[in-house]
Design a protein around this ligand. Structure first.
Ligand code: T46
Length: 138
């Protein structure tokens, strides 16, 4: 397996419909926005600012993360290098392919992280030990 190019992982615009009468915005994710069929949706909230989530990679699962409210940082690691991306807009999402280690940190007060994923929950899809991930990503 070759190292995944982290520079290709970028924030993706989600279509936004601004209301002409000033009633705010509506964003929609429908077919063709994501390269996978959504099999599961979960969300993280009430995360203390000094806590982190993630700290693992997935073997098959792809996911799309959105900061529905507030902000947080996603640290991506391909086994060779790291990069951090801030999510702070509900009309931008981060598409994380399989095989990338991720850590979510610096949650602001009231932050809500929505996660749309390509697989049902399966613990066997997780690589939770960093050394195992380094061996896997070589
Ligand atoms: C990811 C980051 C961003 C379930 O029972 N069903 C589920 O669908 C999920 C996602 C988790 N769980 C259980 C498994 C653990 O006992 O909930 C507990 C916490 O899960 P975990 O420690 O994996 O939570 P995070 O926030 O560290 O990771 C989650 C996702 O698991 C992961 O795919 O990328 O959010």
């Amino acid at each position: 397996m070759s190292y995944i190019n982290l520079e290709k992982i970028a924030l993706k615009e989600i279509p936004k419909i601004s209301d002409p009468d000033g009633r705010g915005n509506l964003s929609v994710i429908e077919k063709d926005v994501l390269p996978f069929v959504i099999k599961r949706v979960y969300y993280l909230y009430d995360v203390p600012s000094d806590s982190s989530r993630g700290g693992h990679a997935h073997i098959e699962l792809q996911q799309f993360l959105i900061a529905l409210s507030g902000s947080f940082d996603v640290v991506l690691d391909n086994g060779k290098s790291r990069r951090s991306i801030t999510l702070n807009r509900p009309n931008k999402g981060l598409l994380i392919p399989s095989g990338v280690w991720r850590e979510l940190e610096n949650f602001s007060a009231g932050a809500v992280c929505l996660s749309l994923v390509s697989e049902v929950y399966q613990e066997s899809d997780y690589i939770r030990e960093y050394q195992d991930f380094l061996n896997y990503s070589k």
